[in-house]
Design a protein around this ligand. Structure first.
Ligand SMILES: Nc1ncnc2c1ncn2[C@@H]1O[C@H](COP(=O)(O)OP(=O)(O)OP(=O)(O)O)[C@@H](O)[C@H]1O
Length: 252
């Protein structure tokens, strides 16, 4: 198990939005989290990264996450948030280098290893050619690819991504899928919140949420998962095979 959550409860403002979540994320697999708007997906992902106060425990690679020193946590767990703020006047290269901070001594210049990791990450997201440009000069999709490169540059064992495909055009969505499969083939664990159900169905495992609880967890190719998906979306979608994949079609 890469990540575990036990009896998680979390509040936003005065409202409890996660109501006692138990979850086990397998290691070396890609797990997608899906569910209707407001189900609590982003909140759960933030809790898994210890970015929100909560009751209950998160366990990362066998150790309680809250007890890990911040630097160790940041080396092992990489985070790509939704609509992330980033210093717009930094260059693309410097933004990606932020992913190396957990590996660097205080005020130390980047090492050769850091530079290699950043170049690899920027090349993997096809952002290397913009490395000298300020982030503010990029389009939404280009910017997303740089933030993805920052998350990759960490070289963490576990990657948590909230809507990583936001603003990406279909070819770059396909590239993200390829990249994710490569990460998983290399032993990394990827957890992503995705609204596009057909893309989410390409993961290994699926966690389905509604109203602050998990309603189902199972393999993306399992019939029980497909039935649970149709149910959580009030049977307004149908899961059907297409070529060698499963896709979600809206039902009028
Ligand atoms: N600051 C806040 N105060 C109170 N409730 C909040 C606050 N922010 C979000 N919520 C509520 O918390 C619930 C869970 O929100 P969350 O963003 O985790 O859902 P989500 O499943 O990621 O939704 P979406 O698919 O729309 O992105 C929602 O019902 C939302 O209205």
């Amino acid at each position: 198990m890469a990540l575990g959550a036990h009896a998680i409860r979390a509040r936003l403002g005065n409202t409890e939005v996660l109501h006692g979540i138990d979850l086990s994320i397998p290691q070396g697999r890609w797990t997608s989290i899906v569910g209707p708007n407001g189900a609590g997906k982003s909140t759960l992902l933030k809790v898994l990264a210890e970015l929100l106060p909560h009751a209950g425990q998160v366990v990362l690679l066998g150790q309680p996450l809250a007890g890990l020193p911040g630097r160790v946590r940041a080396q092992q767990l990489s985070w790509l948030g939704q609509n992330e703020a980033s210093a717009d006047d930094l260059t693309v290269y410097d933004v990606a280098m932020l992913g190396r901070l957990p590996h660097q001594a205080w005020l130390a210049p980047p090492s050769a290893l850091d530079r290699v990791a950043v170049e690899q990450a920027l090349r993997a997201t096809q952002a290397w050619d913009w490395r000298g440009r300020p982030l503010s000069h990029l389009s939404g999709g280009e910017r997303q690819r740089v933030l993805l490169a920052r998350a990759l540059a960490v070289q963490a064992q576990v990657l948590l991504m909230d809507e990583p495909l936001a603003n990406l055009d279909p070819p770059h969505q396909a590239d993200w899928l390829t990249l994710t499969r490569q990460l998983v083939a290399g032993g990394k664990t990827v957890v992503s919140v995705l609204h596009e159900i057909s893309l989410a169905l390409q993961a290994d495992e699926m966690v389905i949420m509604a109203r602050g609880v998990i309603t189902h967890q199972g393999g993306c190719r399992e019939a029980a998962t497909h039935r649970a998906l149709e149910q959580v979306f009030d049977h307004r979608i149908i899961i059907a095979p297409l070529l060698d994949q499963w896709v979600a079609l809206p039902k009028s």
